[in-house]
Design a binder for this molecule. Sequence first.
Ligand SMILES: [Fe+2]
Length: 483
Amino acid sequence: MTTIDHDRTAVRSGYLDGPYRPIHEEHTVDDLTVVAGAVPADLDGLFVRNGSNPAFEPRGRYHWFDGDGMLHGVRFDGGRASYRNRWVRTAGLAADQEAGEARLGGILERPDFSVPGGPFKDTGNTDLVVHGNKLYALWWLSGQAHEISLPSLETVGVTDFDGTLTTSINAHPKVDPDTGEMLFTSYSMLPPYLTFGVIDPDGRVVHNEAVDLPGPRLQHDLAITPRFSVLFDMSLQWDPDQLARGRTHVRFYRDVNSRIGLAPRFGTGDEVQWFEVSPFFMYHVVNAWEEGDEVVLIGCRMAEPLADDPDNVASNDGVPILAQLRLEPVLWEWRLDRSTGVATERAIDGTLAEFPRINDAWLGRRNRWSYSPTFAAMPTLAFDGLVRHDLTDGSTVDYRYPEGWLGGEAVFAPSTDPDRTDEADGYLITLVTEAATGRSEAQVFDARDLPAGPVVRLEIPVRVPIGYHTEWVPASAWAGSDG
Ligand SMILES: [Fe+2]
């Protein structure tokens, strides 16, 4: 067991500088200039990316996850493209603007429970999900769902799903492509430490059950299959004794197995079947599916998640650092045998990559392809290309941006051509920025031929800082509305 004390860890605010430096204006650009290639005709919808973009000078030490949410959107329509960026207009941002400064410290500072809306600001800066033709911005520390208007990207406001949501909602809910249900989790440093639930296609919470975890846990993602929500009890944990004293310490309990739980979609907390697996931490899953009695889970597993951990014999060289975390994910498979209760696990591929995406029509179903940005050789987390994994054999193909250009998560946008409905029939869309100049582009790749490079490069006349998660909103989501 090892401890990292935030108060003693040297924290560099590299995530405020260079390609991470925030921007402060909202822009609308009607017709983007094509640098090379052509916008595919079978692409009709809105690409959106969320990210951390602090509006004010941070109070105290800054963690990359602290910043206010900002959305960058590229609308593809009839072979043309337009751009806009908009803040996620949260109550916390409005209060800061009223005060003219950041009122709250970030997660590396001691939580101040005396500030209204604190101790941390729910920024909605992390994730995006489309459900019931609505777009929501969500927060990694489990907060409120901010509805975002389509396609204007203005913030409508917080929704409680017609009064049915009685907990917070975490980032990374998953929409079942067959039923239209949205599966979600909520987590907290106070009991209940984890809940799992279901929002029906009409946007009402119809199930929300507490899970009896032994203590507060770091959570991030959720996987689903047609019958199960896949839950996590990982070995990187808040120290409960320190939490009780108002201090946030993270420990990696390397001698304590992690657990992966299968919760029946509409089951109770008592019905979760837990599987012991080797200790790990993970931000993002790739996918999960059922094969007979087995549930197969694919994700980006980290075996040694703490930097400056004296019990970690692995070097930090060449591994990006994010506050106290060292990010060295390996594409990993767990097979959970429901009949025996035994899990087996193995590495699929060691390419340093994260923020995986798939064709979401295969969410919860056995799929073949995943697409992830690859780690740049930098001390902070940044991405120098894209890799496509073949999940059947672990083989890869990739594309690297020109030297000095950095990208991020690439969403899968399916083709609108009714004759192109296979898993790989679509496009990967991402934002890339030249670190030295701030020149930025939206780039679109044919998912079938990533190494060929972008099929179109669109100049964005605004510097786009490095960010987080992306979403593809088909134009049908707002058809008929006056958005
Ligand atoms: Fe995430």
